[in-house]
Design a protein around this ligand. Structure first.
Ligand code: C2E
Ligand code: CA
Ligand code: CA
Length: 347
């Protein structure tokens, strides 16, 4: 069999054929390198398909069958082939993957900040950091669309830490400019995948050490309660808590969660999902708040959009509120203007 062009072969695999199965998996972790590597090794005949490694490789290639086709779009000569074989949605998705990787190289992202206000005073007690991607042709792309792709490409680890660092830097700046008895807080969303990396707490602590943020003022927001049952995720959460971070459970009420277990595990704060407010399920919110308080958890209600929402929620006993009624997520300078505005109101 003729050797394939060398650019089909992932460089590390081309040069080192003594890698273990685990190392191969690591090298083939993104779809593009996976296909390149699998194609290269199998076509070159350098790995026997009947060995454990060969079977593993075949498995990877099979799992990425549609992506095998998509890979051809990275090779200019074959672009026509790819276009005729791919569905419009497949092609759009592949373009988005490529654009996302490119956007990461040039850091075409911004972090927006949405205030979280005290339920009693409506004063800003902190912010949630929310990533934005300014796509050159499509404009802003929602994180709900690109975070799952970043997860699939395993870009989420670097991207997540980047958001964390931006948020830390911004918080240090705001805490210095707006000193408070209870310092301003900042929460950053973590993907479940990030929690499965056992060195996450170490990386996060290293970032925090670079910025003069008040101890205990950073929070992480996590979602899936199922992840909390994973031993690595539990250990990571505990390590994060040991370094002084609080843990918020986001979108509470959308999945199955056992309150008592969450408390046992590490969660400090529940964020009641926006859907309860949209559906005006005030009694349900009251119930969750009472239960949460009885085990010492703090409650934030999300998605507060109207004056009626604010009035209804006022009597329910939540500690803090977040939503468009107070502010949409905004760029840092607008966040700062909101903080200035509150000082003037208080004066
Ligand atoms: P989330 O963590 O639940 O964030 C709250 C989302 O609700 C944000 O959408 C926010 O703009 C929106 N929101 C806030 N108040 C209101 C309101 O009153 N009404 C309505 N309709 N929406 C409101 P966004 O920024 O588009 O983010 C969507 C999701 O993407 C987030 O949901 C979060 O799961 C994810 N995400 C955003 N940034 C990051 C990030 O840096 N890392 C990770 N892993 N995920 C992120
Ligand atoms: Ca969140
Ligand atoms: Ca949420």
């Amino acid at each position: 069999m003729d050797s394939p062009p060398s650019h089909y072969i992932h460089p590390k695999l081309r040069d080192d054929l003594t890698l273990s199965t685990a190392e191969i998996s690591h090298e083939l972790r993104t779809p593009l390198t996976s296909i390149r590597g699998a194609l290269g090794l199998l076509l070159s005949g350098k790995i026997n398909v009947h060995t454990e490694q060969g079977q593993h490789l075949l498995h990877i290639a099979a799992n990425n069958a549609d992506r095998l086709i998509r890979l051809t779009t990275t090779i200019e000569d074959d672009q026509m082939v790819a276009q005729s074989l791919l569905t419009a949605a497949g092609l759009a998705r592949l373009r988005l993957e490529k654009d996302l990787l490119q956007a990461w190289d040039s850091r075409d992202f911004a972090v927006y900040y949405q205030p979280i206000v005290c339920a009693k005073t409506h004063l800003i007690q902190g912010f949630e950091a929310l990533i934005r991607w300014q796509h050159p042709h499509r404009g802003f792309i929602s994180p709900a669309e690109f975070i799952p792709i970043a997860e699939e490409l395993h870009l989420i680890h670097d991207l997540g830490l980047w958001v964390f660092e931006q948020a830390c830097q911004q918080l240090a700046h705001w805490q210095a400019k707006f000193p408070r008895t209870a310092p301003l807080t900042m929460s950053v969303n973590l993907s479940p995948l990030q929690l499965l990396r056992s060195n996450l707490a170490h990386q996060v602590t290293a970032i925090i050490a670079q910025y003069p943020v008040a101890p205990g003022s950073l929070r992480v927001e996590i979602t899936e309660s199922t992840v909390i049952e994973n031993p690595i995720a539990i250990a990571t959460l505990q390590a994060l808590k040991a370094s002084g971070l609080q843990v918020y459970l986001d979108d509470f009420g959308t999945g199955y969660s056992c309150l008592a277990r969450l408390h046992e595990l590490a969660v400090d704060v529940l964020k009641i999902d926006r859907s309860f407010v949209v559906q005006e399920q005030w009694q349900m919110i009251r119930g969750i708040v009472e239960l949460a308080k009885s085990i010492g958890l703090t409650v934030i209600t999300e998605g507060v959009e109207t004056e009626n929402d604010v009035q209804q929620i006022a009597a329910l006993g939540c500690h803090a509120l977040q939503g468009y009624w107070f502010s949409k997520p905004v760029i840092a300078s607008q966040g700062e203007a909101l903080l200035h505005g509150q000082i003037q109101m208080a004066a």
